[in-house]
Design a protein around this ligand. Structure first.
Ligand code: FVH
Length: 288
């Protein structure tokens, strides 16, 4: 028999996770704060309380709105967690993850924190993956079970590492989406088809530029040869002024772009004009 799994939370993501466990043949128990949520989810056992839901499975997956809701939901069932594995797939910070791990260990449970790199429709499909950090023993024990919703990828024993990399990936995504939103605002200021611009120009351009990222990462990690930057920051900073001026001329708010222009200018001022984007990364690390 497949490992019984409990899913706490039947929002859009919790429902997709529960559906994936059912589809993979896991006896699946679910709980949601508001009863009657996800009425189309069949093949599950609906528990009345968190304690009832936790008591029936060795593997407990929680996916609620935020860290506060996880603390609120789990606290009344604390004594039920002993000997089980708690997998927290709620979006949170590394600090949230480390605190939750301490709490779980105090209850006698193993803890894995997870960062879901998918939207609900992708769960159970080939492109979804979930980053995990925390107990390596729990990950090894449940790796096959955790493959039901998405490809599991273990990133380390520090429980905060999955959340950190999840948030880092989301910042990359939001930076790209912010840039795309600005590009579409700019082209929409003239009679340019958003669909044609996106499909024929924006997506191919972004795809090509993404391929340059590993070289920047290598520069950051190992250092660059002097003068190796093909597109140095002084050139980029000079051209960036045109992005801001054209935006204003076209009636487009440059607020999303302006901080990047400021960083490029600062990099040049501080003597990094002949370097590449790795110099900007170093400037961002204000804590060092
Ligand atoms: N949906 C997505 O695209 C993203 C993909 C990446 C991961 N995120 C994170 O997953 C968490 C859950 O997201 P969700 O999409 O399921 O969110 P909702 O559909 O809004 O459902 C929220 C559930 O949380 C329950 N809840 C809220 N507050 C409490 C509380 N104080 N105590 C107990 N449960 C609570 C809510 O219950 P109810 O309102 O139906 O009673 C829902 O079950 C999230 O961290 C994303 O960032 C999703």
């Amino acid at each position: 028999m497949k490992t019984p799994v409990t899913v706490l939370g039947l929002g859009a993501m919790g429902t997709a996770l529960a559906q994936a466990f059912v589809t993979a043949g896991h006896p699946t128990t679910v709980w949601n704060r508001t009863p009657g949520r996800a009425p189309d989810l069949t093949g599950v056992t609906r528990a009345r309380t968190v304690a009832d839901a936790v008591a029936v499975s060795p593997l407990i997956v929680v996916c609620l709105l935020d860290d506060a809701s996880v603390q609120e939901a789990l606290a009344p069932a604390a004594t039920e967690f002993s000997g089980r594995t708690l997998v927290n797939l709620t979006n949170g910070t590394p600090a949230h993850a480390r605190r939750a791990a301490d709490w779980a260990i105090q209850q006698g449970a193993d803890y894995l924190d997870g960062g879901i790199m998918a939207v609900p429709a992708m769960i159970g499909g080939p492109h979804a993956f979930i980053l995990y950090s925390g107990s390596s023993a729990a990950f090894e024990r449940h790796q096959a079970d955790l493959a039901a919703p998405a490809r599991p990828q273990y990133v380390g024993s520090d429980p905060g590492l999955a959340a950190l990399q999840d948030l880092a990936l989301l910042t990359g995504m939001y930076g790209m989406f912010g840039g795309a939103a600005h590009a579409l605002a700019l082209t929409s200021s003239e009679k340019i088809s958003p669909t044609e611009f996106t499909e024929q120009l924006l997506v191919p351009w972004l795809t090509a530029m993404l391929a340059t990222l590993p070289a920047i990462a290598k520069d950051l990690e190992y250092g660059a040869e002097p003068g190796a930057a093909g597109s140095n920051l002084e050139m980029q900073s000079t051209a960036f002024v045109n992005l801001l001026d054209a935006s204003r001329d076209q009636g487009v708010d440059p607020a999303l772009l302006a901080p990047m222009g400021d960083l490029l200018a600062r990099a040049v001022r501080e003597g990094h004009g002949d370097e590449d984007l790795a110099a900007v990364v170093r400037l961002l690390r204000t804590a060092e």
